[in-house]
Design a binder for this molecule. Structure first.
Ligand SMILES: Cc1ncc(COP(=O)(O)O)c(C=O)c1O
Length: 481
């Protein structure tokens, strides 16, 4: 590494500092706060602009009052609930609100907790199911050495991580294209997915209930399902999977729970499609995760895990810690965590209410539809998730000599972050661009993005050289979540 790469060189004449500042070792002497701020501030200018980042589901804007509450609580450690008891009270209120939002039965004693995000929630949810399965097997005198988990390849990578980290066999079902046409008998397979109900001729890249059923067995700790897949923004047919698992419970005696990954869809479905059954109304759905920092409309750092009933979380997994004063029950992977995002979540829930969330979701949905219709109208794209159940637009290029990766790259030059990637096994031949429409993405922004897309396409079409350079060259880059 050259000296230039290793050090911040002097800038602004000698206004802030006169000697280079090392980047990879602690400087012997500190520097004035303003100088440190300026160095870091300038360097961060190289980051993308969050408002133009259509790759990420994560909230980039909150109201000033929420910002104020966040700053007021930024120094509070959530885990110190003895010192900050009100944060825990607030967290429990949020858990209650979400359990109700997900239609937990009145007679159930639902519990849950705030986490750092859906990844932690999913790990904790599945771990609880692993324990429940193990305890049941032990009670029956059966072996417990071969737990497995069944899900489609449309799941987020955190599910694969869980299987690896917690030593559970991963039964990942490759995707196949299920075309949703009401005239075909095949269609009954995916009938409960929204796009089929709406009668759209949509390619569905999720699993079917049949796929799941052929894979489960007595060692299956849980079936994983997703509402709002990371790849295409579609949803698994959870109602059908539930029906199939109920049949298995009756005929074979295997009580296999469903965990629903509602990272992005969990805050959408209750407001936009309250009649779609994907949640605790379904008997086998025992746990749900949702990202507060996605469509929960809070800045990064908050997720939620809700169990339908207390009995779904084995007591053995709850730690009672006493070294912060008082006895505190704890079910989490990490220890310290800021309180501010939990408070910000509560702020949104009471500030917006059901009506406010619904309006925001409808607005995002409308803007996503608008973007999809503009792209479709060009005949240069085929939108995959035609029904736009969630405000995400996933589109494939049509009859194009350049790739989705190439267009993504070109848009980046204009400041837009629109990721391109291929779908998981067995749909790797489909390369898509994904645009996540957030609250802050207005119709004006859709217009600006669309114009830049068309301009980029024009330039790509004109530029033979660029085409040759990129056509085969680009591997599937890391998908930004
Ligand atoms: C479907 C799905 N599950 C899980 C995750 C992980 O969520 P988090 O980033 O909140 O940990 C994501 C992230 O985008 C996701 O889309």
């Amino acid at each position: 590494m050259s000296k230039i790469e290793r050090e911040h060189t002097t800038t602004y004449g000698s206004r802030y500092f006169t000697k280079p500042v090392p980047k990879y070792e602690m400087p012997e002497e500190g520097m004035p706060a303003r100088a440190a701020y300026q160095i870091i501030h300038d360097e961060l200018n190289l980051d993308g602009n969050p408002s133009l980042n259509l790759a990420s589901f994560v909230t980039t804007w909150m109201e000033p009052e929420a910002d104020k509450l966040i700053m007021e609580s930024i120094g509070k450690n959530y885990v110190d609930n003895d010192e900050y008891p009100q944060t825990e009270v607030i967290q429990n209120r949020v858990v209650n609100m979400l359990a109700r939002l997900f239609n937990a039965p009145k007679e159930a004693n639902s519990i849950g907790s705030g986490t750092i995000g859906s990844s932690e929630s999913i790990m904790l949810g599945l771990l609880a199911h692993k324990w429940t399965w193990k305890k049941r097997r032990e009670a029956e005198g059966k072996p417990t050495d071969k737990p497995n988990i069944v899900m489609g390849a449309d799941v987020h990578t955190v599910w694969e991580k869980f299987a690896l980290y917690f030593d559970v066999e991963l039964k990942l079902i490759p995707l196949k294209k299920n075309v949703c046409k009401t005239t075909e008998t095949e269609i009954t397979k995916v009938m409960s997915s929204f796009s089929c109900i709406s009668g759209l001729n949509e390619d569905i890249y999720t699993v079917s209930a049949e796929d799941i059923i052929t894979q489960v067995d007595e060692n299956t700790i849980a079936v994983g399902t997703v509402v709002g897949t990371t790849f295409t923004g579609q949803m698994d047919p959870i109602e059908e999977i539930n029906t199939a698992l109920l049949e298995i419970k009756e005929t074979k005696g295997w009580d296999i729970p469903i965990h629903v990954d509602g990272a992005s869809g969990g805050f959408i479905l209750p407001f936009l499609y309250p009649d779609i059954k994907w949640d605790f109304r379904l008997e086998q759905v025992r746990s749900i995760n949702v990202s507060g920092h996605k469509y929960g409309l809070v800045y990064p750092g908050v997720g939620w895990l809700i169990f339908k009933d207390r009995t779904d979380l084995p007591e053995e997994l709850i730690f009672n810690i006493n070294y912060l004063g008082g006895i505190m029950p704890n079910y989490s992977l990490n220890f310290s965590k800021g309180s501010s995002t939990i408070i910000a979540q509560y702020y949104n829930l009471i500030r917006l209410g059901m009506k406010g969330y619904k309006q925001i979701m409808e607005n995002m949905q409308e803007n996503a539809h608008y973007l999809a219709s503009k792209l479709n109208g060009t005949k240069k794209f085929e939108v995959i998730n035609k029904s736009i159940t969630f405000p995400i637009v996933t589109a494939q290029l049509q009859n194009s000599e350049f790739s989705a990766f190439h267009l993504s790259e070109k848009l980046r030059q204009k400041g837009w972050i629109v990721p391109a990637y291929t779908l998981p096994a067995n749909a790797e031949d489909v390369a898509v661009l994904r645009m996540v429409v957030k609250e802050s993405f207005s119709k004006d922004m859709v217009e600006m993005l669309f114009n830049d897309i068309m301009d980029s396409i024009k330039k790509l079409e004109q530029s033979t050289e660029e085409r040759i350079e990129y056509i085969d060259g680009k591997e599937n880059p890391t998908l930004l979540y």
